[in-house]
Design a protein around this ligand. Sequence first.
Ligand SMILES: Nc1ncnc2c1ncn2[C@@H]1O[C@H](COP(=O)(O)OP(=O)(O)OP(=O)(O)O)[C@@H](O)[C@H]1O
Length: 303
Amino acid sequence: MLSIRDLTHVYPNGTRALDGVSLDIPAGMFGLLGPNGAGKSSLMRCLATLQVPTSGQIRFGEIDVLAQPASLRATLGYLPQDFGVYPRVSAEDMLDHLAVLKGIAGRGERRETIETLLRQVNLWDVRKKAIAGFSGGMRQRFGIAQALIGNPRLIIVDEPTAGLDPEERNRFNNLLSEIGESVVVILSTHIVDDVTDLCPRMAILVGGRIVQTGTPTELIAALQGHVWQASIEKHELDAVKKAHDLIATRLRGGRTVIRVLADGSPGVGFTPVDAGLEDVYFATLTRHRQAEASVAAQPKKAA
Ligand SMILES: Nc1ncnc2c1ncn2[C@@H]1O[C@H](COP(=O)(O)OP(=O)(O)OP(=O)(O)O)[C@@H](O)[C@H]1O
């Protein structure tokens, strides 16, 4: 179990990227959803001990992560949002180098580990090729192979499928789903479908705060009966926005299809629809923005 308590991170320029984040993350896949700038990477970097938070606590089982970062690193697999540099060395040599850094000293053990990993991520046939020449999907599969070296018990993957085509995304997600159930895997993403497909538990992070947490099934069930859909003309959109809690707009065949939140029928032309995780996500973002706007609109008390 990974336990995060009241984690706050303020960058030197004053940006409060994390603002009192508390979460309990059990073994299995955990989805952390949030829009750009929500603080996902900041949280992942704090958990991976690459950044010391301004305040708060992180525990992973017996390990006090902030006091014992080296103990956490020994059991951590991390796939960052962007590797940055892709070396001209082969996948096999690079994994060998990383396995040495992870403390696998025996040559035989390393060779065995690397072969298993390269076969697992389907890169065995291209093991002699330079990573610099790999496609985006191959790079991400290499990324997960390096994260799995040394059988980590905590695996953090930061927006791994952004920019992958649907086939590669599927392949990558299948790989993630094969990671053992006794391991904590945190998948940070802004792609709702990745969480729907993979994660029995999830949280939504917005503006550095956890605004929703639970199982996708529970969160969807709570919205059932409250999501309504209608097809409108584009010019009607402004009026609809003023009159209803709009959570999504999509163009379909030249018409604008909208989804709104309402306890009962919002009016003529609306039909009730099954809620999905995307509705949960957009409804959460909409409510958060409305709450922020109403706080901002309140008159400031005189000092
Ligand atoms: N090194 C830094 N110095 C100052 N501000 C930063 C730094 N890194 C991130 N931020 C800011 O902190 C906030 C959270 O950024 P972060 O990258 O953690 O979000 P994110 O959810 O991962 O977003 P994205 O999906 O765009 O990567 C943003 O406002 C960002 O501009």
